[in-house]
Design a protein around this ligand. Structure first.
Ligand code: AMP
Length: 212
């Protein structure tokens, strides 16, 4: 199965760009954070454990992340766009061995900018759309523009959890950049440009790997 990965610090815009690229390519967008949040809603013991882990800003186990991804990959599609996977070396090695990895887009954002973006982020509890209270406000306060769902602040977007998540990023995820450079797969894009500008850079690059 062909796969494309979005890698980057929390708040760098992986979800936004993964969604746009999915619309362009027809590849399925797989957002592992969203899959985990769905598990929480089923109220099972494992869901409660996931909730505690995520709220603390820690990563779930590699076993859980890898098995969730394996289930998703069984569904038919032209290819997959991974958003939030891999986050550890073990996950990256599974990806390299089981998928035809076409590209890894690294969205480059400073730690300071990431903290600022996450603190201002609000998420729709209904459809998952994200807003930013500084740069991308909803038209009506606390209300999603697309589905009128209520906006909330994810518990892991609160200061203590943000610090933990960013520390985990630098401890486990950042070094995957070098691994993918060694495999000739990494394309780094500045995450400070506008959503459209970033999408355009990616659109141009994707033409070289998916000639249509
Ligand atoms: P995200 O929505 O991508 O920020 O992910 C939310 C949370 O889900 C993370 O802070 C982790 O607790 C967990 N998570 C997401 N992706 C992974 C992964 N690949 N491996 C382990 N935990 C993950």
């Amino acid at each position: 199965m062909d796969a494309i990965v979005f890698l980057g610090i929390q708040g760098s815009g992986k979800g936004t760009q993964a969604k746009l690229l999915s619309e362009l390519t027809g590849f399925r967008h797989v957002n592992i954070g969203e899959l985990l949040r769905m598990q929480i809603h089923n109220g099972s013991d494992s869901g409660n454990l996931v909730k505690e882990t995520i709220t603390r800003g820690e990563l779930v186990s590699d076993e859980m992340a890898i098995s969730l991804i394996a289930k998703e990959s069984n569904q038919a599609s032209n290819g997959i766009i991974f958003d939030g996977f891999p986050r550890t070396q073990a996950q990256a090695l599974v990806l390299l061995s089981k998928y035809n990895l076409l590209r890894v887009y690294y969205l480059d954002l400073s730690e300071e900018d990431a903290v600022e973006r996450l603190s201002a982020r609000r998420t729709c509890q209904n459809c998952g759309e994200t807003y930013n209270l500084t740069t991308y406000r909803p038209k009506v306060e606390n209300t999603c523009d697309s589905c009128q769902g209520l906006l909330f602040q994810r518990p892991d977007d609160e200061p203590e959890a943000i610090r933990k998540r960013i520390a985990e990023f630098f401890r486990q995820t950042h070094k995957l950049k070098d691994l993918f450079i060694q495999h000739g797969l990494l394309v780094a894009v500045s995450a400070n440009a506008s959503i459209d500008q970033i999408a355009e850079v990616i659109r141009q690059d994707v033409k070289s790997i998916l000639p249509r």
